[in-house]
Structures are given as structure tokens and as C-alpha cells.
Design a protein around this ligand. Sequence first.
Ligand code: ADP
Ligand code: ZN
Length: 750
Amino acid sequence: MLLTDVALPVPIARAFTYGVPGDLAARVVAGARVVCPFGGRRLMGVALSVFEGEGPRGVKAVSRVIEGVPSVPEDLLAFLRDLASYYFAPIGEVVRLALPPLERATALEVNDPMLFDEARGVGARVVKWAAATATVDASAEGALRGQTSAVLAHVRALGAEPVARLVARWGNARAAVQRLADLGLITLEDRPAPEAPAFADEAVRDAPRQATPAQAAAVLAIGGALREARGATFLLHGVTGSGKTEVYLRCIAQARELGRGSIVLVPEIALTPQLVASFRARFGDDVAVLHSGLTPRQRYAMWRRLRDGEVDVAIGARSALFAPVRALGLVVVDEEHDPSFKQEEGVRYHARDMAILRTHRAGGVCVLGSATPSLESEQLARTGRAVKLRLPDRARSQPMPRVEIVDLRRMGAGPTGDRRISLPLHRAIEDTLRAREQAILFLNRRGFAPSVRCEACGQIAACPHCSVALTFHKRAGAVVRCHYCDFETALGARCSKCNAEALSLEGIGTEKLEETLSAAFPEARVARLDRDVASGRTVDAVLARVRAREVDILVGTQMVTKGHDLPNVTLVGVINADAALSMPDFRASERTFQLLVQVAGRAGRGDVPGRVIVQTWDPEHPAGALAARHDVDGFLERELRDRRELGYPPHARSALIRVDAPEEPAARRACAQMAEVALACEAGRSGRVLVQGPAPAPIARIRNRWRFRVMLRAADRPPLREALAAVDAARGSLARGVRASIDVDPVQLL
Ligand code: ADP
Ligand code: ZN
């Protein structure tokens, strides 16, 4: 009989076999979405293969086929199977990565009409637009206040604008819009929603500019590999401001001429409105921008257009790697060093590593771009598995910014009285404001104060569910919040342990920095960018305000370090360069170096040279000292040597096994069991796999679960895989309530 193996959305590693009824035989093909009975339910899955065979006894039959065209093209399907095997991840969960992202698991059940009714509904949604009328009413307009008159001016300038965009820009625009409508100055009308809303960019078509010689050389090399179609990887190492985007654009244009599609991966789409705007300017509507602001229906429409070959360029965060782009020829990973390319839950894949795998399978080209290459990519280049291309200078020959190190041990507080705004930084901010230029201040802690201590008994307020200090947030209503489980409570006047009225706020977060600066520089307009202010749309709005020079000082977490190109920013201040160094992670030094070079790279991109002030308690640390000299090669050399001595990646392969349970002893026991399994296999006994642990995780408890871990390391992959296979098999027999996960090539060690 005709059988099919189906990947179902259940956390069981294997695929499930079903019979194919005769009337469906023509339509059940590898990659097609099918509905199958499972337990008492019917689930939607993806057929992995179709074959003739003797069905297992009582084999159930596929109940329907959703569409005859494979939802997951065959090459993508084969890539997903490799990925599942590489990460020891259930194939059903991996295949889901490639389906139109329906956020809730239940949406995969068959009652979701979207899965069936494809023609209907897509694009039928309407959105409200505000359109200017011909009415002019001088007396009424004269009485309008700031925001309302700004909205009116904006709508008049553009003729009409979606209300949602006005709200994204002005926050309170809804009231203003209503007021203007009541006055007859604008009308509100429903218009059909575009299938794929552009970002708030004015997508003007732009012609390629004259490439710099270094850009041209890079494009030539990558273009050559595209034509050869043999599978190649390039590491595009270009200093901050060297114009990597232009290289990507030209390579994509070449791929299109060859009839091949492209994917561009960026760390976070909301933080890269400029990059997206450049792509839309060059390719118009031929680009699918996959961002979190899309409704499920819009995502679905995008996914269809890509699969059907109507659009051949996709841009998005890591999950865009699974876009069903036809005849994939090129994958660009911009800011390839960014840790967000690693998914830290569910299927723990690394989009950069998998981008290389996918392009090589497709005979395509993978371009990894960065000003601060990861050690992994650098090692690829040194071992001949990637070709390094350099853009050594800024695109318009601007000088790299001058970096000054301020030793916080020696330097007292500036005029604010706060040591964390040293005198040199204070003076530099004054100079910048006076010159009407802009400053970015980077501090890697959000909230107002990172911890609250009782000065009577010494206790630090901790989360009741996690072994983590609570952060004080002033704006959110004077609450303390856990950044791991989002537990939140009002900050009382007394210590919960000794009842003394002696609580004091310790440390500084972005909220406090913003407040301190506003008080010290009352004439300056200060804005903040961190996860507390930032959902996708507000990020865009904040960055738009900075670009429009409506902000003088931008304060923020690592969100301000990303690839922003803001020509009027001439000063960058790093409040505490050492913050990232204290993390229990062998990559702490690399991460610190990358953050410093990246944030420094925001300065002086326009005509006025930039200046960077790095405050540190540890001025001798090589990460800071090398970053101050923009010495990326020196850092890579040194760090690779240190890693080799310690046997850490990229000189070794590693995997982390995490175990957690509601009771500490159960978690410890289960973790010990996993370690024993790894030691007992051939690779473990022969010492080809090094087993470290069981050990408590650096954060011992999160969400009421105790956490332990085992680290496995090996010189090469086969022994590591052998040990992981043994652990994977043993996972099934763990006690109830105990969870164990496998993280291959871990990035976050927490
Ligand atoms: P990177 O991502 O390498 O930091 P960007 O791609 O953001 O750099 O480019 C930096 C700036 O240089 C941008 O303002 C861009 O418009 C400009 N630029 C890039 N290439 C050229 C070029 N060939 N000629 C003139 N300006 C360029
Ligand atoms: Zn918590």
C-alpha cells in the first residue's frame, strides 16, 4: 500500500507513518501539508516522504491534503531533516519552523480556517486612514496645540496617512485625529490593508551609487561564486560605516540576474529600519519583509508569494532562514556575530551555522558580514572554509572615531555628583550639545536600579521564583521586577526579611541614567531605547526621532549599539565597559569587545569626526584596550590563542545538557544520570568526550525550577554526537516533571 511519513507538531522525535487513500494519492507528495488523526485529535503535519510498503498493523490513513503544491519545497525539507539531526531536535518541531509562523500551537489544529481558505481573507482586512480635506479654517487651526497641529501638518503634507502610523509616531495621535476629524480638517476612511505593510519608510526607488574599490572587489568575488554555483562562504569583514549594505544589495541584484533568490538575516528587524529601507528603495515590492508587526494573515500571504516565486528576496530575523525562497542562491547574515541568531528555546538552532548549511546544499553563497567577526567565523576563514573579504575603510573615507578610556578608579564624579557620569564624559556631552550634535550613551542594564538592598540586614530583594535580584522600575509605577520570569510587585517601604525601613537602591539602569541626564542638561531632549520602551513600532518611532534630530541624547541598552547609521551622532559614551565581562561565560571577553567596537562605530559617520568615551573600572583589560584602538585583528589573534589553550570553541566542539525540575534533589540526580550516560558511551570512556558536571547552572533557579547542567566538549564532532545520541536516548526515561534539553554549540551558558 501507499504510505507516507508525516512530521506532526508533537514533541516526539520521530515521524509517524500513515496510509494514503487512493483518492489522495496524486496529491500527497513530499512537502505537502496533510491532516492526520492523532490520539483523539486531528493534526496538521507535513509529509516527509511517500513510499510503497507494508503498513504497520492498524495503520491510520491521512484524512485530507491541504494543498497539492508542496508547502515545504523538497530542498528545504531535506535541509530541515539535516538540521533536526544536527541538533537532536524532533522533526515535527523543526518542520514547523518552515511553515507560515502561526504563533500558537493550537493554530496547527485543523479548525484554523486560514489553512484551508487560502483565497479568501488575504488582504481583505481594512485599515483606517486619515486624509486631509480641502477645508482651511484659520481660527480653528490657530487654537490647535502642538501635537494636533503637527499631525495636521503631517497629514496635509502626505495627503493621507494610516492612523496607526500617526500613533506610532506621536503616541497620543488618536485624540488629535478625532479632534481634527470633528473640525472637518481631515476625514477618516477605510482602505484595504496592503498585504505586506512597509515599515514607516518612504520607499523611494534608489539607483546604485558608485561603489568604492573595496566594495567592488567584494562584489566581484561573491558574484563569481554565485555564477559558479558550487556553494561558498564569505566573511565580509568591514569596519563600521564601510558600506556593507551596498555590497549586499549588489550581490542580491546579481543573484536575481542569475534567476536565484536571496535571504537576508538581520539580528532584529525593528532595530534595522534603515537597512530595510535601503532594500525597499532598491528592490521595491520585490522584497518580503518578515517582521513581527505582521498579522498571521499577512505572514501567510508573504510566505505564499515567496513559495510561488512571486517575490525572490526575503529579509527578516533568524527565522527568515526558513523562508521558502525559490532557487535559493544567496543568504546574507548581517552582523553575523550577534548572539540573537541563536534561538534559545524550542529548537535551539544557530541561524548563521544553518545558513551555511542551507546555501551549501543549494549550491549557493553565504555571506557573513560584520565589523567584529565571531571567533567561529574567523576560524572558518583561517581554515579555508570561508573566504575573507575586507572593507578596511569607511565608505566616504571618514576617520574612525577617537576613543578615550576613562579610569573610574581614578576619576571622580562630574558635576552631577554621580561617579558614573565622569567629568570628561560630562564635558564631552556639553560640547556635543553646544555644537548641536547628538550623543549616544550605552548602559547594559535596563530599569532604574539593578538591585534593592536593606541597609539594616544587608539582604538584596530577590525574585520568589528565581535566584535573581529584582530590578527597580520607577516609570512602571515604582515596582520591582524579575527580568527572567517577569514577576512584579510594588516596592514596599520595609525589608521583607527584617522589616526595617532601610531599603536603598543600588546601581544604575537606563531609566535612572535618562533621569540624571535630563536633570543635568535641562535644555537637552533625552530619549531612551531599551526593551521597556520598545515594542517593534516604538523602536522605529524612537529611531525616526533621532534621525530627524528631535533627540539630543539617546540612552539605551545594547539596542543602541546595532548598525544604526546616524550621521549627526558625534559622541558615544560607554557608562560601564566592564558590565559584560563579569558574566560566567568563556565568550564574555568577545562579547565585550564586540559591544565596544559596535557602539563606538556609531560615532562620526557623518562629516564631523566622532569621539568615544569608554568608562571602565578595569582599564588594563585587553578587550577594552584593543577596542579603543579598533584593533579587531589583534583581538581575534589573542582570543583565538586563549581559546586554543583552554580547549574552548572554536577550537573544540561543545554541547550543553540542561536539566531542570521543581525539586532541587530531583534535578541534581537527573543531571548526574545524564552525565553518567555520556561518560559510559565509548567516546566518554575513551576520553574523547570531556564531561564537565553535573553542576548547578549559574542561575540556580528560574520559574520555580532548579537547574543543573553538564557540559560536553570534544576535539571534533563524531565523538560529541555519539555521547549526545546516548543522552538523547536516555532522556526518555527521566522521572516525571524532570526536563532535559540538548543544546549543540551553545551560545548562552546560563
Ligand atoms: P556598515 O553596515 O558597513 O556599517 P552602511 O552600509 O550602514 O555601513 O553604510 C555606511 C554609510 O555609508 C551609509 O550612510 C551609506 O549610505 C554610505 N555608503 C555606502 N556605500 C557608499 C558608497 N559607495 N558611496 C558613498 N556612500 C556610501
Ligand atoms: Zn523570577
